[in-house]
Design a protein around this ligand. Structure first.
Ligand code: CA
Length: 419
């Protein structure tokens, strides 16, 4: 893969910032004066695109940056959105740009990230969750079925998935109550009702659909990237005890639909392109509609942290998006092969991303092996699953040739069950 073309910005960006000049993601923010404006990020700051367009730098109707979410902006198409992103990069690299020279404009446009509130970046119409990490599927199959036959017969032939719930997807920084539901304790003949005792996380990423299709149309692995606007971090909160009892035979339902968390910044596929890597060798060979060529996996370092109430943050696991068996392009081709239509803003989540090592498992279910190997925290306490008032934060970034492109944070706090 070719070296990344080096850029120099006049804006001061720390070396470990997720928001280097190579990133330039998209999001939506609010503060005391702004209800909702589209924005980008550079270093520790946001770039208000509505205010920036007062200088007519993008040649667009600026009202598109004043919407509640990015859906209308994304609908302008990649030709336009890439032009906007490239223009922001140009303004941040040109020492004589209007953004650098015009102090009044600069002061309207640039705000510190820690004084604004990030909002849901898109209105999610439909949300799909896949199950595409081979290590995760193998671990779960080993635990719940047969260690010698962990993967079900379909797994290596298609990216397994299910349709999830869009209404309860929240942006980073939220909190939610421990779900209640029906479970069947091992020592009981009949189910019981109460708060979930096994509340878990799932370390995932998700991609945002950037272009819709009509019913009957299918996206191919070769043109899938035209339909993918970008990626974000995703936590698919899961109540394992509810899941174990309810999932047969139709799959996840109330164990998953009470809350999911996304990071606020959509990192564009274009920003991630330099970090593409070779995918898994897929054997047995797949049906032609799932085959693809080129490097379609992405090297994204992933981290999960747990912070007890008033306590210190603990690194719980690390993983990497490159461990995915199926690529986003294959997931999208499979999703639409039957003619299922997709819409701008739809979210498609990866499924739990586990790596081969025990420290690289993307859920407490795997990390503690169903609670049999609790995790020790810095304060001496242990966790089998997530406790009330714990905050879980996912972070993710790509790094190559000292160039860093990151996602920021995907954080949420689990509150006690509601009375
Ligand atoms: Ca999941």
């Amino acid at each position: 893969m070719a070296d990344i073309k080096k850029l120099n910005t006049w804006f001061q960006v720390a070396d470990n910032s997720d928001f280097s000049i190579y990133n330039i993601p998209f999001g939506v923010y609010s503060d005391g004066n702004v209800k909702h404006h589209a924005c980008s990020a550079i270093g520790d700051s946001i770039i208000d695109l509505f205010e920036l367009e007062s200088a007519d730098v993008f040649d667009l109707n600026r009202s598109v940056f004043e919407k509640e979410n990015l859906n209308d902006f994304i609908a302008l198409g990649k030709t336009v959105t890439n032009k906007v992103r490239n223009k922001i990069i140009e303004l941040l690299c040109d020492e004589n740009s209007i953004l650098k020279k015009d102090t009044a404009l600069y002061n309207e446009v640039i705000k510190k990230q820690n004084v604004v509130k990030m909002l849901m970046p898109v209105k999610v119409g439909d949300y799909t969750d896949f199950y595409s990490s081979i290590d995760h599927a193998t671990n779960v199959g080993t635990m719940f079925r047969d260690p010698n036959n962990a993967l079900l017969p379909n797994w290596k032939h298609l990216p397994v998935g299910y349709h999830g719930r869009a209404s309860s997807i929240c942006v980073s920084g939220h909190s939610f109550h421990r779900p209640k539901g029906q479970t069947k304790p091992a020592d009981s003949e009949t189910p019981v009702f109460g708060p979930s005792k096994l509340l878990d996380i799932e370390l995932e990423t998700a991609f945002v659909i950037g272009k819709g299709t009509q019913m009957g149309d299918s996206v191919t692995t070769a043109n899938a990237d035209d339909y993918i606007f970008g990626m974000l971090l995703f936590n698919d909160w899961s109540a394992r005890d509810i899941q174990t009892w309810e999932y047969v035979p139709l799959g996840p339902f109330l164990a998953k639909n009470f809350a999911s968390t996304v990071s606020p910044w959509i990192v564009t596929l274009e920003a991630l392109e330099p970090f593409r890597v070779k995918g898994y060798e897929q054997n047995p060979p797949l049906l032609p509609y799932l085959q693809y060529s080129g490097n379609k996996n992405i090297d994204i370092n992933l981290e999960v942290y747990l912070k007890p109430q008033n306590g210190e943050e603990n690194l719980v696991c690390t993983s990497n998006y490159k461990y995915m068996y199926y690529t986003m392009e294959q997931q999208l081709a499979h999703h639409t092969v039957n003619g299922c239509n997709i819409n701008i803003g739809d979210l498609m989540a990866s499924g739990t991303i586990s790596g081969p090592k025990e420290t690289e498992y993307g859920s407490f279910l795997e990390l503690t092996w169903r609670g049999t190997k609790p995790i020790k925290l810095k304060d001496g306490s242990e966790r089998k699953f997530v406790n009330d008032n714990d905050t879980i934060t996912i972070r993710g970034y790509c790094k190559k040739e000292n160039i860093r492109v990151g996602f920021g944070e995907c954080a949420a706090t689990l509150l006690p069950a509601k009375n």
